[in-house]
Design a protein around this ligand. Sequence first.
Ligand SMILES: Nc1ncnc2c1ncn2[C@@H]1O[C@H](COP(=O)(O)OP(=O)(O)OP(=O)(O)O)[C@@H](O)[C@H]1O
Ligand SMILES: [Mg+2]
Length: 289
Amino acid sequence: MREMLRQGLKRFLGAEPARYARGRRNATIIAISSQKGGVGKTTTTVSLGAALARFHGRATLILDMDAQGHVHESLREHVVGQGGRLSSILLSSSSADVLDSIVSTTIANLHITPADRHLSETESLLATKIGKEFILRDALKYTRTHYDFILIDCPPNLGNLTLNALVAADAVLIPCDPSPLAISGVGEIIRTMATINERLNRDLDILGILLTRIDGRNRTVNEAVERELRRDYGDLVLDNTIGVNTGLAKSQFSGTSIYDYDPESRAALQYRKVAQEMMARMMGSVLSS
Ligand SMILES: Nc1ncnc2c1ncn2[C@@H]1O[C@H](COP(=O)(O)OP(=O)(O)OP(=O)(O)O)[C@@H](O)[C@H]1O
Ligand SMILES: [Mg+2]
């Protein structure tokens, strides 16, 4: 009886038109998230995305969930063409896919979604949608078959957009700068992840905690923060860290990746090492399966 009703509803609605081509890949989706602002989420997303694409030859998409549009801004000199708005896809009444929003870049294997300031209204508009937490996951159905990695740059809060990112993701990378507020931000995102893991996405995992913006002049504070993180989170804290480097801000200002702006800079080398460590961690875990 139940099956008959289901079939009846399907006949009534009609078959879903095949609007999108299916690829042969199955992307690992990584959300870069912390509700603390300015800890290096966008810088990390862009630098890791560019490293995975360029040095590891992985088809990579950076998805910008933040209305500030800093991914596009940071890579604007590489961007080719224009894409649709991610906000329209998330609010669409038909089953639209993120594929409609993608633009390519002059960095081999790297695509991004364009800046979208309408994402700030989307945050509250999503609240009225049925199944609001699953909208991004569903909108990545075809997209994920075209990429090896999808990195999601999350906004600095735990609202509906971040919730959608965490439900769509396989794993979360948490950037943390050496400050007490950033440490409490790590605790908060991990508690949120635990709830999501229980209720909405049983496969969600932690990829790691990345210490960023370490200023060599504040050794005592850096060491205290690192000690506390390693005591509380053990080997979830990545071995590689990112120091303060003005080259990163300058490369963003020039709209090019750090590997084009200053490939020999400390920041370029450190982010390449983080990308390697991330790949190694994924190889050693179920995430790569
Ligand atoms: N390792 C670093 N060394 C020097 N400056 C950095 C470093 N990482 C990030 N910055 C600078 O710090 C600022 C904040 O970085 P970023 O935008 O990546 O943080 P965010 O967490 O994405 O911020 P938001 O929460 O606003 O989205 C930027 O101006 C960026 O250029
Ligand atoms: Mg950001």
